[in-house]
Design a protein around this ligand. Sequence first.
Ligand code: 13P
Length: 256
Amino acid sequence: MNKTLREAIIAGNWKMNKTRPEAKSLIEELKPMVANANCGVVICVPFTNLETALQLTQGSNIKVGAENCHFEKSGAFTGEISADMLAEMGVEYVVIGHSERRQYFGETDETVNKRTRAAIEAGLKVILCVGEMLEDRENNITEELISMQTKIALKGVTRDELKNVIIAYEPVWAIGTGKTATADQAAEVCGFIRETIAKIYDQEAANGMTIQYGGSMNAKNAAELLSKEDVDGGLIGGASLKAPDFTAIVNAANEG
Ligand code: 13P
């Protein structure tokens, strides 16, 4: 089983939630609950919570990530945050290409590629999101779309740099809708992403790559999703905002 070759990672994506006091109490509650996890635990938080998260997680097993970064190193980009700014703070991960950024903020495969490369260059680990819309699935072009998103996002990323990339498969129709992909659907596309990585790089690189599922993953459905060979973890939205729910998913990954 190749699953043992890769680290299972459960990452929370808080999206635009939690003020600083709210973030503080969530992290303080979560810390002891996930202290014995034998999978990676990451919380990706709004920029305004990064400092708080970094301070509170010091000495714990919880890693901290941001939810986006700009691709330029610095300059006249009002409202943007560079990868270097995140790395300097001690941030370890960054989510790139989330479907909400693609849908609402004009993110394209090309800008996802630029951000991915900038983040890697700054020494960050990238959680790269790919996923089809319901319409794509109905038109039977899920694989074409996922293949295109993956290939363009990784353009110019070397095999060596790939160890700093995690891919999150997030079908857009399953995000925040309560409509989870079935474990078989998730496994099928995660497996397809792995085949795509093998084609771009090689089988060994593909076998070592952590591929997460995201989209309405919760305490109830996590165990089945995470038991699948090609599903190496989860990117969790809503359920990451409550410590007991997020912990239940971490515990499911421990067993998966
Ligand atoms: P939900 O878990 O709220 O569906 O969100 C998934 C997601 O978009 C994580 O990035």
